[in-house]
Structure formats: C-alpha cells, structure tokens
Design a protein around this ligand. Structure first.
Ligand code: SF4
Ligand SMILES: [Zn+2]
Length: 256
C-alpha cells in the first residue's frame, strides 16, 4: 500500500491510501473512533451556580471542552486503585468565578498542570453583577467505545475520484464552469485537485449523452481525521495503529 500525506494541520490530517480496500480503511476508521484513549470531563459537582444557565446546561457545555493530558494518566479500569479513583486516573479541575466577567476554559484551575483545556479561549458562560459559579470537574481517560464524550476524532473516507470526459465532448466550457470547486482543467480535461472533489456530480449532470463520468476507485481512499478531543491527530492515528498491532499480535499468539 502506498500512503501519501495530503494535508496536516494542528487539527486535521488527510491521507491518501493507495492499494487499500474498504475493510482495511474502515478498520482504521473504527479503531480511531472507538479505541483511542483520550481525556474528557466525566463528572461535575456544582457547589454554586447563580449564572443564567441551569446546572445541566452549564455541565453540558463544560463536558464538551476538549482536554489535553500527558500519557502518565491511566484509564480507571486499568489503574492500581481498581476503579476507585486516585491521582493516576482522576484529575480535578476547579472553576470559581464571580461576575461581572466572561468565564473561559482557561479559568479552570487543575490539580495537574499537564491536564487542562486544550483551548483556553472557549467561553463557558457570561456572568453579570452578583452572579457566581463554583464547581469541580473530574477528568478521566476513556475511549469512544464507552461514550462519544471520549471520541478522539471525527474520521471519514471517500473513494479517490476518477473523472472521464469523452474526447469529442462539445460543451467543455460549461462542464468546467459547472464544477463549484473549479477542479476541472479545460485543456487536459482532468481533475486538478482530485482530493477536493466531493462527487456532487454537477459536471455529469450538465454533460450530454454520458460524455462525462465520475467514479470512485475502491482501492484508493482519501482518509480525513479531524480531532474533536484535546489530542492531536498525529497522536490519535499512531495510538490507533498501536491498538490494531496489539490486537493482531494477540490473534497471532492465539493462532500459534
Ligand atoms: S463531481 Fe462535483 S466536485 Fe467533482 S469534479 Fe464534478 S462538479 Fe467538480
Ligand atoms: Zn486510580
């Protein structure tokens, strides 16, 4: 299999997998979604809340704040404390503010400096005069298999597009301008950035007599991994590969 990195940012990685099949790409996708461990807020104890938001709404907002952590934190069920909760598997974060002010994710005070919101500029709530919040959040490690709260990333893949335009096509200018993303080159009659094609089929619809076809290559996929947790996409993919390798090793051991 040939793999090409198409895009890499702090939040997103796009890869071209050439020589794959839907079963393999889907295994990678499902492993990333369900089996990569990330940190997220599990429980919130509200001590005082006189803000405009109900406790449930406030907790819901806070629960979606992505959290970064260092690898020394372990999943509760694998911890020495046997699921009771200890500094190795649980980190407390306190949020205490009085209005008037805007409360940001960076206002959380964590008991572990390596465990904190990945983006401090996320707004939690606005407090007016005499309003106050005082709460304690518990961060734990888990996986998307347990709950989407711990889903590491959104992952999708599509087949690599193949555009075919008949040589005797009459309305090439119309076909070129029909593409909303401007991907068709008039001279070569090929896609300039195939990975940007979303199979909208507008180029096919405007052509006559099947002179244009757009199909997907089942053996060549474009995989997009976009983090929705506090873990970066590179680490997420590497963790998923480790997880897959461990499972395959276990299979190998059992077969032997
Ligand atoms: S399918 Fe849509 S995006 Fe792809 S080349 Fe045709 S018009 Fe452009
Ligand atoms: Zn523990």
């Amino acid at each position: 299999m040939k793999i090409k990195l198409l895009e890499k940012t702090d939040n997103k990685v796009k890869l071209e997998l050439n020589g794959t099949n839907p079963a393999f790409t889907n295994m990678l996708r499902r492993t990333i979604v369900q089996h990569v461990s990330v940190a997220a807020i599990d429980n919130i104890d509200v001590i005082k809340n006189t803000s405009a938001l109900y406790n449930e709404t406030l907790a819901h907002r806070i629960g979606h704040v992505p959290i970064t952590y260092k690898n020394k934190m372990v999943q509760k069920e694998n911890c020495k404390c046997k699921n009771k909760g200890c500094p190795l598997c649980e980190v407390k974060m306190v949020l205490k503010k009085s209005g008037p002010c805007t409360v940001y994710a960076k206002d959380f005070k964590s008991t572990d400096k390596d465990v904190k919101p990945s983006n401090g500029d996320i707004i939690i709530v606005k407090l007016y005069e005499n309003q106050k919040i005082d709460l304690e959040a518990t961060v734990v490690i888990n996986t998307g298999k347990e709950h989407t709260n711990w889903q590491a990333a959104i992952v999708g893949y599509q087949y690599y597009p193949e555009l075919k335009i008949a040589k005797d096509v009459k309305n090439i200018k119309d076909i070129v301008s029909a593409c909303p993303k401007g991907l068709i080159d008039e001279k070569t009659m090929k896609l300039t950035n195939p990975e940007k094609c979303d199979f909208c089929r507008q180029c096919v619809d405007i052509a006559s007599n099947d002179t244009v076809t757009i199909t997907g290559d089942k053996t060549r996929h474009i995989l997009t991994v976009e983090t929705v947790s506090g873990t970066d996409p590179k680490t997420i993919i590497l963790d998923a590969l480790t997880n897959m390798a461990e499972n395959l090793k276990e299979l190998e051991t059992q077969i032997k």
